[in-house]
Design a binder for this molecule. Structure first.
Ligand code: HEC
Ligand code: HEC
Length: 270
């Protein structure tokens, strides 16, 4: 691959001629990670990654709350594109920018470390049939979830779920094996002094009041000291879809459909 050796050569040439700094300043970030394979950089990057990225992407980079990032190179992302993604974050998603206080060197250290976790090839060939998955979704899920402007609001909008989550995380959530709920969707039950308990998801809470969306999508605030009880529930407001409700092939199909939902295209992808 001649292109690759060319980009690899640029930083070396720059260093040899002692014009590294001015070249970088003129061109922005180098095309290729100047610290790739550097043991000290990898070690430093591991520390930063574990402290600041692993919560969302997993210590193995295979994804937890955020997507699998071990395959970004196999899928064709470039070092300079990834550098940019870390610098700017992905606007309007949970992916934060590393922030101005993180130096360029640190960003390259992080990427040098993630590179050591990289999977050799693209993900397993996708299985399932997205068309049938969409039907399964309409029948079982759309009452609570919106996709591209259509559907219910009790659960989160899933228009970009395919970019935002690893496959395993999506599967675990559907079958009820995931823990915790996304902020804004935590299950809660409010019991008024003279009425039936109201189940819903928590939109807001402070010391004195709680605001919930109930299963009919009505949002209402309650003063806590006027209620008989306000209780955080253990069970998600999303019912688990075990094999009794969803066959393995319907599960594969609906997951395939969700993996294809990538919503808007944030301009930072390059
Ligand atoms: C709060 C959770 C969270 C944290 C912390 C976080 N990320 Fe992300 N990251 C995400 C999400 C969600 C996405 C997917 C955004 C989208 O495109 O919808 C993402 C996307 C990415 C992508 C782009 C993947 C692609 O396919 O293009 C990279 C690379 C990445 N993150 C690296 C990192 C690194 C490195 C760190 C630590 C410095 C980090 N992230 C911290 C949640 C997080
Ligand atoms: C009764 C409403 C309801 C139904 C029906 C429902 N969900 Fe959910 N779903 C929720 C709620 C509420 C959440 C957020 C709380 C949580 O994550 O536990 C959620 C979360 C999710 C998430 C995680 C989103 C994220 O940001 O990580 C996925 C994926 C998902 N649902 C998929 C599905 C699929 C697929 C179906 C149908 C097979 C379905 N849901 C049916 C209410 C529902």
């Amino acid at each position: 691959m001649p292109r690759r050796s060319l980009t690899r050569a640029v930083p070396i040439v720059a260093v040899v001629f002692g014009v590294g700094a001015s070249l970088l300043a003129a061109q922005g970030a180098p095309a290729k990670n100047p610290l790739e394979g550097d043991p000290a950089a990898i070690k430093a990057g591991m520390g930063i990654f574990r402290a600041r990225c692993a919560d969302c992407h997993g210590v193995d980079a295979r994804g937890v709350r955020g997507p699998d990032i071990s395959r970004v190179w196999a899928e064709g992302r470039t070092d300079s594109g990834l550098f940019q993604t870390l610098r700017t974050g992905v606007p309007n998603t949970e992916m934060p920018s590393v922030g101005a206080r993180t130096s360029d060197v640190e960003v390259w250290q992080i990427l040098a470390y993630v590179r050591t976790l990289a999977a050799p090839g693209p993900a397993d060939p996708p299985r399932g049939n997205a068309e049938n998955g969409e039907r399964v979704f309409r029948a079982n899920c759309a009452s609570c979830h919106r996709v591209n402007g259509k559907g219910g609001r009790l659960g989160p909008d899933l228009s970009r779920i395919g970019a935002a989550r690893a496959r395993d995380a999506i599967v675990n959530r559907i079958v009820g094996a995931a823990e915790g709920s996304r902020p804004g969707y935590e299950p809660v039950t409010v019991t008024p002094p003279d009425g039936q308990p109201i189940h819903g998801v928590k939109k807001n809470e402070d010391l004195f009041s709680v605001q919930i969306m109930d299963s009919r999508e009505r949002i209402q605030g309650y003063e806590k000291d006027k209620m008989k009880a306000v209780q955080d529930d253990k069970k998600s407001a999303m019912p688990p879809f075990g094999s009794d409700r969803l066959s393995q092939s319907d599960l594969d199909d609906v997951v395939r459909y969700l993996q294809g939902l990538r919503g808007f295209d944030p301009a930072v992808k390059q």
